[in-house]
Design a binder for this molecule. Sequence first.
Ligand code: T46
Length: 131
Amino acid sequence: MKNCYDMSFKGIGNKEVGFLLPVEQNCDVPFTIKRIYYLYDVPLNIRRGYHAHKKLEQVLICLKGKVKIQVYDGNVEKVIVLDKPTKGLYIGPFVWREMFDFEDAVLLVIASDFYSESDYIRDYKQFLILS
Ligand code: T46
């Protein structure tokens, strides 16, 4: 699939004392980090996203609970389950995403740029033309 892949992180520690997981820019994530945000308290029946980005790169990590991410690059579609804080999903430009089945999830998003509505493609027909 284009511009989208699974990532795996390694926590430092053990079950006795717990774990710590550092994420460094241009190392653990393939870009300079300019913003983080997180989604929380999303009801189970809610589906979010419904857009792609023109330039933005992001890594999604579910810190708590479980969430499903449906991604589509205009050719291949897949659903990824994020259910542990050592698992990540990289999503680059021109990938349609929808997040659903939030189960008590705290979904951390690490982003390569500041928020800009002009970077969003929210119209699905427009996405199909551009992708
Ligand atoms: C994405 C998925 C995974 C801001 O003011 N600043 C921000 O940094 C963000 C991300 C959003 N907003 C505003 C824009 C909307 O008025 O917050 C509101 C909700 O945003 P949106 O409907 O785009 O949220 P999601 O959950 O559909 O999508 C978000 C990100 O926007 C998006 O980039 O890839 O999470």
